[in-house]
Design a binder for this molecule. Sequence first.
Ligand code: ADP
Ligand code: MG
Length: 323
Amino acid sequence: ENTANKIAAGEVVERPAAVVKELVENSIDAGGKSIEIEMVEGGTKFIRVTDDGKGMGHEDAQLAVRRHATSKIRTADDLVSISSLGFRGEALPSIAAVSKFTLTTRLKDEPLATYVEINGGVVTEVREAGAGSGTTVTVADLFYNTPARRKFLKTPSAESSHVNDIVTKLAMSHPDIAFKLFNNQRLVLSTGGNGRLLDTIADIYGHKVAPQLLPVEYSGEGIHVSGYVAKPVLLKSSRQWQTLMVNGRVVNSRMMAKALDNAYFSLLPKNGYPLAVLQIYIPAENVDVNVHPQKKEVKFSDEQKIYRAIYKAVSSSLATPAS
Ligand code: ADP
Ligand code: MG
């Protein structure tokens, strides 16, 4: 089992940002409304994710770190209608196989938390502990026992910017959750979690950015597109300021990025990338967001339709005079 975990770790966790993504997605799935992420040296030394979600009981806490112990699939039908972010039951055991890992978790109505400690995949301690309700996971010395992987880690500042990017996107796709991200004890990102996307964008990119944004709002052919694009005065040098979401999940999609570009630059000279946050809602059966283990890639049953919807949404937002 431990070997399988180490192999799976290669798929799930290639770097600190991937660890943070898995842990934060679990916190979101658990209903956390306030999620704090701390890292030391870009997560290469230490990562801690704390949430105020529903927590786990004593048995479940021990199960959670076993391979394929997901609580998120009960029937084969669930496989096609997955709405939660995680579903494979691989993240925690994979991460625990390649780090010094602890899990502290408490249900609201229980007096005590459960503490589980795992070193390189070996459970070294399970006990009751005092803690607030919710869950805290710590991951120290990632890849300490897989030196070949550890060598692939970049500098702490490069790794920290990857983490920053992931947390930005998770925060953007969950304006109703308050996120805080610390690197070496310094607060580097914080969102208020009031549920408004515009406020979340301002929390992340600065309050001066908000007045430079145009709202996007479009419905047609069963597709709903909403969000914001920056006015042409605010072009950026890379796509880093673009967040694309499908049914609430951040995705990578060349086609979607292309539709945004083509609409945006249909009348303007192309000399940069607009800051953009676009949410697309389509019927779940028309999209497969699980083609990659990291769930970033997305497949649509009708790409043209999505392309058209984004194109129309962005063009009409640019054409509408700002009030
Ligand atoms: P998956 O998310 O694919 O189910 P994971 O390995 O990420 O698999 O997590 C295993 C299980 O542990 C989850 O299904 C969930 O029941 C539980 N779990 C993990 N993190 C948390 C958390 N922060 N709060 C509550 N339960 C959690
Ligand atoms: Mg998970």
